[in-house]
Structures are given as structure tokens and as C-alpha cells.
Design a protein around this ligand. Structure first.
Ligand SMILES: Nc1ncnc2c1ncn2[C@@H]1O[C@H](COP(=O)(O)OP(=O)(O)OP(=O)(O)O)[C@@H](O)[C@H]1O
Ligand SMILES: [Mg+2]
Length: 309
């Protein structure tokens, strides 16, 4: 698949001199879902706003569908839909008119059938004649998405689409995103909910203090960075890890009934064979073994720790 977004050495210094982006280079393939993760103030919104031309870069270039976002702004911007982090809707406007207006802004011909499809996809069709102020917060988020989709963009940026929405609506959003992907839309989203990235993204980008720490296929990242844990369930609880077994990799569960061994999936030797013989030699009898893989959340926290070190 071709790269639909090409970001090259993108820099942004705000008027006060603060460098929010320190040379970000990133290519996004057509039809993929990329999740950008990073702590508050990392530069996620700045990156999205700069790519969408809402703030001006102080260095580097961005191309969307081959169009430079500065020299060929209209063509590039026409391909982009943006769902901003902040809700910025006119309270007295009706849903249908705000969406129609958004489409008009891009000079697209009136097409009520296209708008109906978008509103139905977002379960907003029944609310089309409601004023924005009468909608719940979650519904307003859907209206933001409908507005962003009104001109049928090929690339959709979602800046924290599910911040503050309940679990059910979050899952609806994931389905909406999957549906858009199936239509060939490329999606870039930021989120603080790591399980969201784990659930829907094809690739993960991690950004901290204006720099992209990594971009990698989600499954590869989880395989590469993931640690595994082995839980050794004992027949009788113990008070402490026996002296012969003490190591950084081994802890005891609160109730004393399980030894928890953390090992690296990349390591040549996991140390499991030795652990089990040492457990037997210490006179402990086990009832069961269980393994679990670390989540993307744990990987993310480790990455940021490494970065701060
Ligand atoms: N208009 C501005 N003027 C000066 N500094 C700004 C401006 N907008 C953002 N910043 C700074 O740039 C940095 C990046 O902000 P940005 O909003 O891009 O972070 P973010 O990753 O989106 O954070 P969050 O997760 O909180 O949304 C922050 O330190 C912020 O204070
Ligand atoms: Mg932000």
C-alpha cells in the first residue's frame, strides 16, 4: 500500500520559543490505523494540528496523498478529516445543519444521501433535527466525527475520540473506526486508553517531549517488548520466598500461594527449567502453572521509564 501521509522532519516551536515538535518523521500507509500514544504535553495534538494546517510548522514538510500541505494546501486539506480534542460545537445549531455546513466548507456539492449514510453510521440519524445543546457529551463526540466525515475525507485524525465516554460508547467508536477502515479510510488517533490502541490499531507510535520514540507494528511490538510471567501455584501458602530461590525475577503473591516469575521472551534462556527444579529442591509442591503476556500498557510504561532514565 502507498504512503498516504508523509511527515518529514516536522518541527514546531510555539511563539514563546517552546519546541513542541523536534523533528518528527513518519509515514502512514493507506488504510492503516495508527495509534499515537504519549503522556500529557508530549506533542500529540501539536503533531495533528500541524499536519492538518491548523498550526504552522516551523520546519519540515507534510504531504497528504502526495499534496504538500503548504504549497498545495486546499488539495491536501480536502483529503483530511479532523476530530479535535476539544468539543467546539454551536449549541443552538441542529445536527443536520452543522454537518451540512462542514461539507460546504470544503466546496463539496450538496449530497444529502452521503450525509444520511454518515449520520446513520454514527447512530445520529434520529437526532438529526436536535439542537446540539440537547445532546449528551458522548453524542456530541459523535457529531464531531460526523462533521469531520462530512466531506468524505480519505484520512481521518481523531484526537482522543473516546476521552470521557463510557465503555459502551467506546466500543461503538471502535466499531465505527473499523467500519471506516473497511471503507479504505486511513485513521490516525491519539489516546490515553492503551487498551484502545491494543484493540484497534495496526501500528503504534509513541511520542514524548516532541520526539517520536518508536513506531512499530502492534503485534511485533508486543512480541518484541513483551515480558511474560509464569505463575507457580503452590499447594500450601508460604510466608516468604525461600532463601535458595531469592532473585529479582521472583515475587510472592500477597496471599503467599503463588510464586510469580517474570522472564524475557527474547532471552535465549528463560530460566524456567532451573526455577522449577529449584522450587522442587526447596520442598515446595505445586498444583498448577500459568503464563501471561504483558499488556501494551506495561510495555508503554516501561518505554517511558527508559526514556526518562
Ligand atoms: N499555543 C501554545 N503555545 C505554547 N505552548 C503550547 C501551545 N500549545 C501547546 N503548547 C505546549 O506544547 C506541548 C505539547 O502540547 P500538546 O497539546 O501537543 O500535547 P498533547 O500530547 O496533545 O497532550 P495531551 O495528552 O494533554 O492532550 C505542551 O508542553 C504544551 O504546553
Ligand atoms: Mg492533546
Amino acid at each position: 500500500m502507498p504512503d498516504i501521509v508523509e511527515i518529514n522532519d516536522l518541527r514546531k516551536a510555539y511563539a514563546d520559543g517552546f519546541e513542541a515538535l523536534k523533528g518528527v518523521t513518519l509515514k502512514i500507509k493507506q488504510g492503516e490505523i495508527l495509534a499515537l500514544l504519549g503522556p500529557n504535553g508530549a506533542g500529540k495534538t501539536t503533531l495533528i494540528s500541524t499536519v492538518c494546517g491548523i498550526t504552522t510548522a516551523t520546519g519540515g514538510t507534510v504531504k497528504v496523498g502526495g499534496h504538500d500541505t503548504i504549497t498545495d494546501y486546499r488539495a491536501a486539506r480536502g483529503m483530511i478529516g479532523l476530530v479535535p480534542q476539544e468539543i467546539n460545537l454551536e449549541p443552538f445549531e441542529k445536527v443536520i445543519s452543522t454537518v451540512r455546513f462542514s461539507r460546504g466548507l470544503f466546496g463539496k456539492p450538496k449530497d444529502d444521501a452521503a450525509l444520511e449514510k454518515i449520520l446513520r453510521q454514527l447512530s445520529l440519524w434520529d437526532k438529526r433535527d436536535s439542537q446540539i445543546r440537547a445532546l449528551s457529551g458522548g453524542m456530541k463526540r459523535r457529531v464531531l466525527i460526523a462533521k469531520a466525515l462530512a466531506h468524505e475525507p480519505r484520512v481521518l485524525f481523531l484526537d482522543e475520540p473516546t476521552a470521557g465516554v463510557d465503555v459502551e460508547l467506546r466500543r461503538d467508536m471502535w466499531e465505527i473506526v473499523a467500519g471506516l477502515k473497511a471503507d479504505g479510510v486511513t485513521i490516525i488517533l491519539t489516546t490515553h486508553y492503551i487498551e484502545e490502541a491494543e484493540a484497534i490499531a495496526d501500528r503504534i507510535g509513541v511520542i514524548a517531549h516532541g520526539e517520536l520514540l518508536l513506531v512499530e507494528d502492534k503485534n511485533k511490538l508486543m512480541a518484541r517488548m513483551g515480558k511474560k510471567q509464569l505463575q507457580v501455584h503452590l499447594t500450601k501458602p508460604i510466608d516468604a520466598v525461600p532463601a535458595s530461590l531469592v532473585s529479582d525475577a521472583l515475587t510472592l503473591s500477597e496471599d503467599g500461594s503463588t510464586l510469580i516469575y517474570t522472564y524475557d521472551t527474547r532471552a535465549e534462556r528463560t530460566g524456567i527449567t532451573k526455577l522449577l527444579s529449584d522450587v522442587a529442591a526447596a520442598g515446595l509442591v505445586l498444583t498448577d502453572l500459568e503464563t501471561s503476556q504483558s499488556s501494551l500498557e506495561e510495555i508503554f510504561v516501561d518505554l517511558l521509564k527508559e526514556d526518562a532514565a
